[in-house]
Design a protein around this ligand. Structure first.
Ligand code: 3H9
Length: 714
């Protein structure tokens, strides 16, 4: 085993370096090794100051999340406790200068704050992202941060969890000096100077930035409001504010004890388990057996130029995503007018980023300069990846792919941004089906993180590896799924959406269903989503796929009626809701009249439906279909399905995704409920065989998808 921590003498300065790749997490053994190294440096008579740094690509990314996970699931496993280490740093008696590059996150920043000074390279970023994991900074971060930057900034960092650039942290007083040249040399020089300046300051003894209760009361309240807004229904950010309040009102020792108690409760919470699962699941999707473990994955990083065919909403959004990531983009379409219109939208989107303060004019100019436009297929000749984003129609896509095949260079990846269509049928229009892959981006493509990477029957591993590399390069999450109608996301979406519509026909209202779903935590209700995307989209799918053609199948009647009435959603100002010129969905009595009319024509006796039934029928429809996808091998893991729903469909992260949520409810309970729906409502509720099987395993509650992923069932 390599040394987790090394000590090197640079004359009178000891350089203590943490070396625990890939991100120097404070895994078991690291705090102990660090303590020993510090003791050595403290005891060494020639050492006047200590520099604490991280080896490799970054400083320290925090506590080891796997330790946290064990503590979250196991009442007798204690979460990591860094108190003694931090006290050793702060009480070293010699100045400890923390040298930051890459990121200092969570426990990493907490460690840095125990040091007497912090220096950083300008590209470094610092943050307390614990809220992303459903916990609070539990290594005295909520106590030291407000002492360094004040209560208001501390709340902002803990609630948003954002990564703060070094320059901003410097302006806030969190970083003492920015080092332009070599970080270690700069840190050592700083440390020598500090050693001459007398006894090192201890942050825990400071109170000058803590404010008074009169000053802090409105800040704490504003923080709680911010937390409720940006992290709706999440408990950790509010708990962090409580701990910050303790910092502002109690002596350090009492404050830190309070923090520890709050931290413990947060680690043991359902939300922590769900959010740690989400973190791990997002890393797991990057590992596809047979693809990312091959040498082919290595070559995939070499993507420089992307060609996009179709300058509509999706094409423009994908062009922005690529330009934002520093790639050269050539956007092409059949006519100059289309390209001009597409670029006008791209420019408008960028302008709004400037207005909102997200980008500077200079940023935007650089990004726009990366996008060139050209009519015709000659444009794509130099591209490493070609992404087709034309209208969702098979004949058109096949025609476009034949043309791409003729123009693209050998070895190029040929991607289709289809959301539903058969990727094998598209690939068959080319002479190189192994190069063809689905790259299903979500709208708006420059914002949404999900890309479904659709593996056709003949798609090569190299092409899949390159697609994963592209997604990563774009800062997105690529999930490899097998070809089938609707892939993972949309295939699950349809039964969920139709069940919501049947609920309305049976007696609920669109606003009741949407309220139940948003109360559950969904970013938007399903009817608001349908109005946003357009009711004609699903209508066209119903026709193209000849859905509901089996005898006895229940067809969504109201949706058809609304489309016939040209109530297509936001684009026509009316759909399931009315919009009155804005974007806010307003309940519409006319819709209810239509629903009642349609129901009575169909002989449906509408009656009140409970919120619980709504929750079950919508979410269990999603889960049942998810189980089918898993069994069919369309999704590789249940956790991949979770990632799709978390990053592409607004599923609340604090519930971990639909399959994780199913585990929490209990698969036996879900299966039994689905079986009762099957008896009442017919074949659409037939329990997925895998769900039935898992429900019968693993004891009283049934098995879990989590255990299925881990291969715990034969
Ligand atoms: C904490 O500190 C609690 C304290 O307040 C209280 C303690 C008492 N642990 O994301 P990447 C792995 S909570 C273990 O692909 P990037 C990751 O799983 C922690 N492993 O790279 C992956 O492994 P693999 C607060 C970790 O360059 C590999 O590193 N800190 C940890 O895109 C590469 O990760 C956070 O929440 C960890 N802490 O991004 C930071 N972090 O190769 C969480 C990463 O096997 N981490 N790994 O799949 C991040 O945000 C990003 O990973 C980071 C690098 C920005 C660091």
């Amino acid at each position: 085993m390599t040394n987790l921590v090394t000590v090197a003498l640079r004359d009178d300065v000891a350089v203590v370096e943490i070396n625990n790749p890939p991100v120097n997490a404070l895994s078991p053994g690291v705090p102990e090794a660090l303590t020993r190294a510090l003791d050595e440096a403290i005891a060494h008579p020639a050492v006047r100051a200590i520099v604490l740094a991280g080896a490799g690509r970054t400083f320290v990314a925090g506590a080891d999340i796997r330790d946290l996970e064990r503590a979250a699931w196991n009442a007798d496993v204690e979460p990591p406790d860094l108190h003694e280490l931090l006290a050793r740093v702060e009480d070293a008696g010699k100045p400890v200068v923390v040298a930051i590059h890459g990121t200092a996150l969570g426990g990493g920043l907490e460690l840095a704050m125990a040091g007497h000074y912090r220096v950083a390279v300008p590209s470094a970023r610092v943050g307390l992202p614990e809220a992303n994991l459903g916990i609070i900074p539990g290594a005295e971060g909520t106590q030291r941060l407000p002492r360094l930057v004040g209560v208001e900034r501390a709340i902002d960092m803990c609630v948003t969890g954002r990564l703060v650039p070094a320059s901003e942290a410097h302006a806030d007083g969190l970083i003492d000096r920015l080092i332009d040249g070599d970080l270690l040399d700069g840190a050592i020089a700083f440390a020598r100077q500090a050693a001459r300046n007398g006894p090192p300051p201890r942050t825990r003894e400071r109170s000058d930035k803590l404010g008074t209760s009169a000053i802090n009361a409105p800040l704490l309240e504003a923080g709680r409001q911010l937390a409720r807004k940006v992290r709706r229904q999440q408990t950790a950010p509010l708990a962090a504010i409580e701990a910050i309040e303790a910092a502002a009102t109690l002596p350090f020792e009492q404050g830190r004890r309070r923090e520890r108690a709050i931290a413990l409760a947060s680690v043991r919470s359902d939300q922590c388990r769900a959010m740690v699962h989400a973190f791990m699941a997002e890393r797991a999707v990057a590992k596809v057996p047979g693809v990312t473990d091959q040498a082919s994955a290595q070559n995939a990083a070499d993507i420089r130029e992307v060609a996009i065919i179709g300058a509509g909403t999706m094409g423009g959004g994908i062009a922005m995503a690529c330009a934002n990531a520093g790639l050269a983009v050539v956007l092409t379409d059949v006519g100059r007018d289309r390209l001009d219109a597409g670029m006008a939208t791209v420019r408008r989107n960028y302008e709004s980023s400037i207005t909102r303060g997200r980008l500077t004019r200079e940023d935007v100019d650089t990004r726009l300069a990366r996008i060139s436009t050209q009519v015709g297929y000659d444009a794509i000749a130099g591209a490493d990846i070609v992404i087709e984003a034309v209208f969702e129609e098979m004949a058109l896509k096949r025609q476009v792919f034949a043309a791409i095949d003729a123009a693209a260079k050998p070895g190029a990846v040929l991607g289709s941004n289809t959301s539903m269509l058969d990727i094998d049928a598209i690939a068959a229009a080319t002479r190189r089906p192994e190069a063809v892959v689905g790259l299903h981006f979500f709208s708006p493509a420059h914002v949404m993180r999900l890309v479904e990477i659709v593996r056709g029957a003949r798609t090569s591993n190299e092409v899949l590896a390159a697609s994963l590399a592209l997604a990563r390069r774009l800062g997105k999450v690529g999930v490899v799924v097998r070809n089938n109608t609707g892939f993972v996301g949309n295939r699950m979406m349809l039964p969920y959406m139709y069940e919501a519509q049947f609920l309305v026909e049976d007696g609920a209202t669109p606003e009741q269903v949407d309220r139940v779903l948003t109360d559950f935590g969904m970013a938007m209700g399903i009817f608001a989503v349908d109005d946003l995307g357009g009711l004609d989209v699903a209508w066209r799918i119903r026709r193209e796929l000849n859905q509901f053609s089996e005898p006895g199948a229940r067809r969504p009647l109201v949706a058809d009626r609304l489309v016939e009435m040209n109530r297509l959603g936001q684009k026509t100002g009316m759909g399931w809701y009315r919009y009155d010129g804005g974007r806010t969905p307003l309940p519409d009595p006319e819709v209810l009249a239509i629903v009642e009319q349609v129901a009575s024509e169909a002989g449906i006796r509408r009656q009140p439906i409970s919120d619980e039934e709504i929750r079950e029928r919508t979410l269990y429809a999603l889960i049942n279909e998810g189980a089918r996808l898993l069994e069919e091998g369309v999704a590789l893991r249940a956790s991949d399905i979770d990632v799709v729903y978390l990053t592409g469909y607004g599923f609340p992260v604090f519930r971990g995704g639909p399959m994780f949520y199913a585990d929490q409810v209990g698969l036996k309970k879900i299966h039994d409920r689905i079986a009762s729906f099957h008896r009442s409502f017919g074949e659409r509720w037939k329990p997925a065989p895998l769900l039935a099987r898992l429900a019968g395993e693993g004891g009283e509650r049934g098995g879990t998808f989590r255990a299925f992923d881990e291969g715990r069932y034969a």
